[in-house]
Design a protein around this ligand. Structure first.
Ligand code: PNS
Length: 166
C-alpha cells in the first residue's frame, strides 16, 4: 500500500509550453483542485528549436500566474522522473485531450512508472472548450498571420505577434 499524499502536495506539470495555451491553463486549474501546488516544469530540449526561448517561456508563465503562489515555474533537463524525485513531487500531471494523447501519454506514464514506481502520473481531462488546442497549431496559425486570441492568453497572443512581425 502506498503512503497517503501528505499535505503540501506538489504536482509537477511538465511540458514544452512553447507557448502556454488556454489548454495548459485549464490543466493547471484542474491540478490546483486536487493538489496544493502545481509546478510547471519546462523541458530544456537541445534537440528542438523552440519558438520561444526557455527564459521567454518562464517569463510568460510567471506573468500568467503572478500573485498565485500555488503555481510555480521551473526548467529541467534529463529524465522527468529524476526531476520529480529531486524536487520531492510524488505526482506528475498531464492533460488528456483525445485518443491520440491517450496512447502517447499511457506509454510515457508506463515507462516513467517502470523507472520510478513512487512517482504517479495523474491524467486530467481537458475541458471541451480547450481540448482542440495544440501549441504546434497555435505557432503555425500565428506564423501565417492568423488570429490566435481565442487559443492563448492575451499576453501570449501579443508575444506571438511580436515574434512574427520582427
Ligand atoms: O509538452 P510536451 O512536449 O508534450 O512534453 C513532453 C515531456 C516534456 C513531458 C516529455 O518529453 C518528457 O518528459 N521529457 C523528458 C525526458 C524523459 O523523461 N523522457 C522519458 C519519457 S518516458
Amino acid at each position: 500500500m502506498k503512503k497517503r499524499r501528505p499535505d503540501g502536495s506538489l504536482a509537477v506539470f511538465p511540458g514544452s509550453f512553447d507557448p502556454i495555451t488556454n489548454g495548459h491553463l485549464d490543466i493547471v486549474d484542474r491540478g490546483l483542485a486536487v493538489f496544493d501546488r502545481v509546478r510547471m516544469a519546462i523541458l530544456m530540449n537541445p534537440e528542438k528549436q523552440p519558438l520561444f526561448t526557455v527564459e521567454e517561456r518562464v517569463a510568460i508563465i510567471r506573468e500568467a500566474y503572478r500573485g498565485n503562489p500555488r503555481v510555480e515555474v521551473d526548467t529541467f533537463s534529463g529524465l522527468l522522473v529524476d526531476y520529480a524525485e529531486k524536487v520531492g513531487a510524488s505526482v506528475i500531471i498531464r492533460g488528456l485531450r483525445d485518443a491520440g494523447d491517450f496512447d502517447y501519454e499511457m506509454q510515457m506514464a508506463g515507462m516513467n512508472a517502470a523507472m520510478v514506481p513512487d512517482v504517479e502520473t495523474v491524467f486530467l481531462a481537458s475541458s471541451p472548450e480547450t481540448r482542440y488546442i495544440a501549441a504546434s497549431f497555435v505557432r503555425q496559425i500565428a506564423a501565417m498571420g492568423g488570429d490566435v486570441t481565442s487559443f492563448v492568453p492575451a499576453k501570449v497572443a501579443a508575444a506571438l505577434k511580436r515574434k512574427f512581425s520582427a
